[in-house]
Write a protein that binds this ligand. Structure first.
Ligand SMILES: [Zn+2]
Length: 158
């Protein structure tokens, strides 16, 4: 069996009046991630981890934010396309581990939902999708819920 690892990182500002969609799950929060697409920073980091593992560049290259076609795009659909492209090369995800760092919406109470939703999108059992919420300890530019930073690592095999 051939296995490879990939790493993804993404960062979006939280703005008033934007829908707060993280990991394909809608959070009840007054601010949501800004972005050319729906701003789902969690799915972007996961997409980049998968693309990185397969050596397929990154999300920005595949779906340029200068391209009107992707304006307001559903990040779940972009991730599905990423998984399809990996599949074309014979790769399938083995597991994901994700850190969501924010002082905006609380991640921990929604963890089971996130695992199920993301697992459904990438074709993994929820047990193989780990989600960790982190606060920023009140430090740096993300303190006080001004944004969300996400790191994702994944293993793929064929
Ligand atoms: Zn992004």
């Amino acid at each position: 069996m051939n296995i490879r690892v990939g790493l993804g990182f993404d960062l979006h500002r939280l703005e008033e009046g934007r829908a707060c969609i993280l990991g394909g799950v809608t959070f009840d929060h007054p601010k949501g991630p800004m972005g050319h697409s729906d701003g789902d920073v969690v799915l972007h980091a996961i997409s980049d981890a998968l693309l990185g593992a397969a050596g397929l560049d990154d999300l920005g290259t595949l779906f340029p934010d200068t391209d009107a076609e992707w304006k307001g795009a559903d990040s779940a659909a972009l991730l599905a396309e990423v998984v399809r492209r990996l599949g074309d090369k014979g790769w399938s995800p083995v597991n994901l581990d994700v850190v969501i760092a924010t002082e905006g919406p609380r991640i921990a109470p929604r963890r089971a939902e996130l695992r199920a939703r993301i697992g459904g999108l990438v074709g993994l059992d929820p047990a193989d999708v780990n989600i960790k919420g982190k606060t920023l300890e009140g430090m740096g530019a993300l303190a006080g819920g001004t944004g969300v930073a996400v790191q994702a690592v994944c293993l793929i095999s064929k």
